[in-house]
Design a protein around this ligand. Structure first.
Ligand code: AMP
Ligand code: GLY
Length: 423
């Protein structure tokens, strides 16, 4: 088989590395991939959201299976376009991807089907939203979210009425996130530990993966700006078997059924961002794809072949496959460029990686997120540069192994959180 992975980050590198174990695959392509991914796959220079470019390539190169990993290609209908060309894909079509690409859609879905989430109101008129945040109907902190995709930056937590008005104006009047801010969701602030659960679903059956804990803030102590994610541990120690069983009954299965009832069954990886509140687990967000960097911590624990699972999802036969997980723990730490998530330098040499982009004499997995390869050395090309994952029999051991590997790598301005797994 020829397989194509769409995307260019650490998540896509983790998917490529997992697919490499499959013996039926003849060639793995990545579009556009990155320096490190080019060591494990043939990178083709087509942007992830270039629908005609990708579909033409898939037809010309006889691609048999395509994994659409990032949010934007899913939101704009990459899967629909590929399927029209007769191609098999992993990932939801455009209608099902709305579960991530429209927060108004996902909140209304949860309300309609009784899936626990933060209480909310939606607005498509700026003046009405401003009036609401000034009214005595709201309590602070208050969470304000742009409806559409906003590079992970469309969520603002307002501590008081002034901050709430600024946020509403920023999103709806100044159009900070463009069209994504034409509608907004204003919701109750939830407190409790956050848990990520990603799940394979074929639209009927849902099989959750090992739980994980992302660390979204840039700085230690969960301070600083929100990022795409600075590190992950898996499993998440807050997510007990009892809580898992509640989530399966009240959130996971009802979501799959809700999407089916709405006429847009979800096929692919459905990501549940949960808060374990004193009143039970509630959803704060859905994603229509693997998390980044959650995939880098969770996929190394998968013992069943990834392509076999993905094909079962596509064919609607997920119930026929038994998915096995390692009982080990894992930790992933993101090595970032100074300045991330704001501006940062690129083109800085990363040492001491071997010619394949790995660390010699160390078993840690080195996932490339923002790197370029110039024929002899690896350089930084993004804010999140590498994701370092190690496993261990306990979480403590996994974290120790990860930091041991991370501390050997260097580039100018390297920054990473030293407290992954402490919260
Ligand atoms: P998102 O971009 O939707 O992943 O949200 C970013 C982060 O904002 C989440 O990981 C939470 O930490 C926080 N957040 C979002 N919604 C809420 C909420 N209703 N209550 C508390 N925190 C929230
Ligand atoms: N790490 C969070 C996300 O992928 O959205």
């Amino acid at each position: 088989m020829n397989v194509l992975v769409i995307g260019s980050g650490g998540r896509e590198h983790a998917i490529v590395k997992a697919l490499k174990k499959n013996e039926r695959i003849r060639k793995i392509y990545a579009a556009p991939g990155n320096g490190g991914i080019s060591m494990d796959a043939s990178c083709v220079n087509i942007k992830a959201d270039n629908i005609p470019g990708i579909t033409d390539f898939a037809v010309e190169c006889n691609i048999n299976y395509i994994i659409v990993a990032p949010d934007n290609p899913l939101a704009i209908g990459m899967v629909d376009a590929l399927e029209r060309k007769g191609k098999k894909c992993f990932g939801p079509n455009k209608a099902a991807a709305r579960i991530e690409s429209s927060k108004v859609f996902s909140k209304n879905l949860m309300k309609k089907y009784g899936i626990p989430t933060a209480a909310y109101e939606t607005f498509n008129n700026c003046d009405n939203a401003l009036e609401y945040v000034k009214s005595n109907k709201v309590k602070f902190p208050l969470v304000i979210k742009a409806d559409g995709l906003a590079f992970g930056k469309g969520v603002i937590i307002a501590q008081n009425c002034d901050e709430a008005q600024t946020a509403v104006n920023l999103i709806m009047k100044e159009k900070k996130f463009g069209e994504s801010g034409e509608s907004i969701v204003i919701e109750e602030f939830l407190t409790g530990p956050e848990v990520t659960v990603m799940a394979f679903t074929d639209g009927k059956t849902i099989k959750p993966m090992i739980s994980s804990m992302d660390h979204k803030r840039a700085l230690e102590g969960n301070k600083g700006l929100n990022t795409g994610g600075m590190g992950v541990i898996a499993p998440n120690p807050h997510y007990t078997a009892e809580i898992a069983s509640v989530c399966e009954k009240t959130i996971f299965y009802p979501t799959v059924m809700a999407m089916q009832s709405e006429g847009c069954p979800f096929k692919g990886c459905l990501y549940f961002g949960l808060v374990l509140t004193p009143f039970g687990p509630k959803v704060i967000e859905y994603n229509s794809r693997f998390g980044d960097p959650e995939a880098q911590a969770v996929l190394p624990l998968l013992q069943t072949d990834l392509l076999d699972i993905m094909e079962a999802v596509t064919e609607g036969k997920l119930d026929s496959i038994d998915i096995k997980w390692s009982s080990s723990s894992s930790a992933c730490v993101v090595l970032a460029s100074a300045g991330y998530p704001e501006s940062y330098k690129t083109g800085l040499e990363i040492t001491p990686l071997d010619e394949k982009g790995n660390l010699k004499f160390n078993e840690a997995l080195i996932y490339h997120a923002g790197t370029a390869y110039d024929g002899s050395k690896f350089q930084t090309s993004g804010g999140r540069v590498l994701g370092i994952t190690a496993t261990g029999l306990s979480l403590a051991e996994a974290i120790k192994n990860t930091y041991n590997a991370a501390s050997q790598i260097t580039f100018e301005g390297i920054y990473y959180r030293k407290d992954i797994g402490k919260y």
